[in-house]
Ligand binder design. Structure first.
Ligand code: GMT
Length: 373
């Protein structure tokens, strides 16, 4: 198949999932064309069957806000025709699905242009829900040739929020368990977490929804009882908030701010426990990556996180503000070797249920169905 993939190229769940999907599809012999304003950060080297097309955005004095989404529509039309694509797969509703709808109109019915929209979470819970985008998001969902969501939670929420009757497929996010796996040499190799220390890690874009204040709060409680270090990977609007809280609690020297990292595996493997106390999370792909490396997850019972992390088996989930319960469970796990080892094994087993080899065929099936219709 020849597949177009539209996504955000930056760090963040939807772009990462879209890019890894493209890479897996290309490995299976499909031709994959990424279209975005920048090359997705995971595609640095030459990869067979993968092409990248940048969107040309015209800067013009009249455009206070250059209309990227319109240029994207035109680029999609060009690439679809030039390469004879079979299907366009857009990730994140706004503006990608709206641009794809416009492309369909530009190319006309006889072109065979069809597009699938995958909803990821904040495109529904934050952006799509906002009054300035609500009607457009509903329109995009109703006018996509197929819709998929990354969790049952997101499917139900989408149906309810936008009063959608149309069939929505759930295709869970995935992880390549052959790549995301335990590597005991990492702790020594990265050298950040010392041999006698326990490593705690959180990876995100540091947006308010990630509840960074509570990441620090939980770690503060843990570090009083367990000699530990907190690794913070990623950056965003709340990085400075985290630094300030750490300073006020006088635990700065126990926290390492690593910034953005292309490859998080060595850092996951330097650690023992993953923290994700998000206020909202449609899936939590970073938690899945941690599970795959054998790290139990302390997180929240909001959104779709409980479809990924089995509470009491490979982690513990509580309400986002329950710092006390999250800390107590973390300390319990880290101080009981037998329990920890059981949870770590369960974590890996859980991740195997979401292996890319199981999820990619579901996308292929959906493409084939839409192309045939
Ligand atoms: O979590 C973020 O803020 C990034 C966001 C995105 O759209 O890039 O992530 C969303 O999509 C990911 C991939 O499907 C999911 O794993 C995340 O749970 C979801 N984030 C939220 O729902 C807050």
């Amino acid at each position: 198949m020849k597949i177009g993939i539209i996504c955000y190229p930056t760090y963040g769940g939807s772009g990462v999932v879209a890019t890894e999907l493209g890479i897996e599809l290309a490995k299976l012999g499909n031709e994959v064309h990424f279209i975005s304003y920048e090359q997705p950060f995971k595609i640095t080297d030459y990869l067979e069957n993968i092409y990248f097309h940048g969107v040309d955005v015209l800067e013009y004095p009249l455009f206070k806000y250059p209309p990227y989404s319109l240029s994207l529509s035109v680029k999609m039309a060009e690439i679809f025709e030039e390469n004879n694509l079979d299907i366009m797969h857009v990730h994140y509703a706004i503006p990608h699905a709206a641009s794809a709808f416009l492309t369909k109109k530009i190319l006309g019915r006889n072109s065979g242009f069809k597009f699938i929209t995958t909803l990821h979470g904040t495109d529904i819970t934050v952006v799509g829900n906002h009054h300035s985008f609500y009607k457009l998001t509903k329109f995009c969902i109703e006018n996509s040739d197929a819709i998929s969501c990354v969790s049952d939670y997101l499917k139900n929420l989408t149906e309810k929020t936008f009063k959608i009757d149309k069939k929505i497929d759930v295709i869970y996010n995935f992880v390549d368990t052959r790549v995301y796996k335990k590597d005991y040499s990492s702790k020594e190799n990265t050298g950040i977490v010392k041999k006698d220390e326990t490593g705690i890690i959180h990876i995100s874009n540091f947006r308010p929804v990630k509840n960074i204040k509570n990441v620090i709060g939980i770690f503060n409680r843990i570090s009083r009882e367990v000699k530990s270090k907190l690794l913070l990977v990623g950056e965003g609007p709340d990085t400075s908030v985290a630094k300030e809280i750490a300073r006020n609690l006088d635990i700065e020297e126990k926290i390492v701010f690593l910034g953005r990292k292309d490859n998080v595996i060595p850092f996951l493997n330097s650690c023992d426990l993953y923290l994700l106390p998000s206020k909202s999370e449609s899936f939590g792909v970073s938690a899945l990556e941690a599970l795959s490396c054998g790290l139990p997850v302390i997180g929240t019972n909001v959104g779709g996180l409980n479809e990924v992390v089995a509470h009491g088996l490979c982690g513990f989930l509580y309400s986002p503000d329950d710092v006390e319960k999250m800390s107590v469970s973390a300390i319990e796990l880290l101080t009981d070797k037998t329990k920890f080892e059981k949870f770590s094994l369960n974590a890996r087993k859980r991740a195997l249920d979401f292996d890319s080899k199981k999820m990619i065929p579901a996308y292929i099936k959906l493409y084939e169905k839409v192309i045939k219709e």
